[in-house]
Design a protein around this ligand. Structure first.
Ligand code: M6R
Length: 358
């Protein structure tokens, strides 16, 4: 898992390869070429997946709605397949999967095809079942992911979703050329920014040592960072067996705030974006109840540094790009906590790398 976390600067470059023009002026997604007219005309996109791939879909929802102004729904494949969902022929279903073999995702694809929708895939394993069952798609090219806890596959999925949202935004006339190029530039700087985050591994390990014996943890984020909160909580629970929950930070008041006491570590993803002021007040609310705050912040942030117990900095980035950065310290935190608890991080109990049965 550690190897795969550290591979991310390289794996994201592999996801870009041949797709982002060297002068950073355009993105070409060859796998979607034939299907592009349908995608541009789509009235809505339904993203389906399980686990971490579902979280990538949630980031995708923010990306597609923000950059391409297409309505998106994100569904657990396991719910979608049994819910008798309303599927229109002009819907585009986007299945997201690392392995390409997840039983629920495959069954949901079958259902969508029977309903006459266009079905696309974002997949890591070349030649697996999902790319064979879908009409078109984009490979993530993150390389083999062996650790059961998905890390580099997630950042590769989000990278593909960002590229798709940019292309669609431009083709649909919703994203001005200048913004399109600016975000491509930002996206291309992600590998170096992740390298910078990885240099803080020792600091992250020290923070992990302080909270390795926690029984419960809360992960909170807003907007683009809400799915990252879910992903951070999933990483912790699956490899360290600590109970962890992710929530949109604003939902805290509607229940989880009752859990907060001096023993409760609360991980905030609080980078500088349009929700910043709001999340600062959420942090103050947790501190007022004696909760422990560990915040992932934008480099140079002094406001949160003065309130939180610990801050881990990530380089400044456009809010649409920031999930690719903020997830990395959360992966490392989970990894170190699990190792300190003597858990087998690569083969956590009760889990399989790919869930090929119901
Ligand atoms: O291969 P898939 O992406 O379809 O797998 C989906 C989930 O089983 C997977 O993401 C799982 O949640 C991981 N263990 C998360 O780290």
């Amino acid at each position: 898992m550690l190897k795969e976390i550290f591979e991310q600067p390289r794996s994201i470059l592999d996801t870009f390869r041949g797709r982002i023009a060297t002068d950073l002026s355009a993105i070409h997604l060859g796998g979607l070429f034939d299907i592009m007219p349908k995608l541009i005309a789509a009235k809505r996109i339904i993203m389906i997946g399980c686990g971490t791939s579902w979280h990538a879909g949630l980031v995708g929802e923010y990306l597609f709605e923000e950059l391409a102004r297409i309505p998106v729904e994100v569904e657990y494949a396991s719910e979608f397949r049994y819910r008798n969902p309303v599927i229109y022929k002009d819907d585009v279903i986007l299945a997201i999967s690392q392995s390409g073999e997840t039983a629920d995702t495959l069954a949901a694809i079958e259902l969508a095809k029977e309903a006459g929708a266009t079905v696309l895939g974002i997949c890591n394993v070349v030649g697996s079942s999902i790319p064979r069952e879908t009409h078109a798609g984009v490979y993530t090219h993150a390389g083999p992911e062996i650790g059961v806890a998905s890390t580099k596959a997630f950042t590769a999925q989000v990278t593909v979703l960002t590229m798709m949202a940019l292309v669609l935004g431009k083709e649909r006339g919703k994203l001005p050329e200048e913004a399109y190029k600016k975000i491509i530039g930002e996206l291309s700087s992600v590998p170096n920014k992740i390298k910078e985050i990885l240099t803080q591994d020792d600091l992250i390990k020290k923070v992990a040592a302080l909270y390795k014996d926690a029984s419960n943890c809360l992960y909170l984020g807003r907007g683009f960072q809400f799915p990252v909160a879910l992903e951070g909580a999933l990483k912790l629970k699956e490899i360290s067996y600590i109970h962890a929950e992710g929530y949109p930070a604003a939902e805290m008041k509607h229940g989880p705030i009752a859990l907060i006491d001096e023993k409760m570590p609360v991980f905030f993803i609080a980078t500088k974006d349009k929700s910043y002021e709001k999340i600062v007040s959420n942090i103050q609310e947790v501190k007022a109840r004696k909760g422990i705050v560990i915040a992932i912040v934008t480099k140079g942030d002094t406001v949160i540094k003065n309130i939180a117990d610990h801050v881990i900095e990530v380089p400044d980035a456009n809010e649409a790009i920031a999930p690719l950065l903020t997830v990395v310290p959360l992966q490392l935190l989970s990894y170190h906590i699990a190792v300190m608890r003597e858990c087998n991080v690569d083969q956590p109990r009760n889990l399989a790398k790919s869930v090929t049965v119901e």
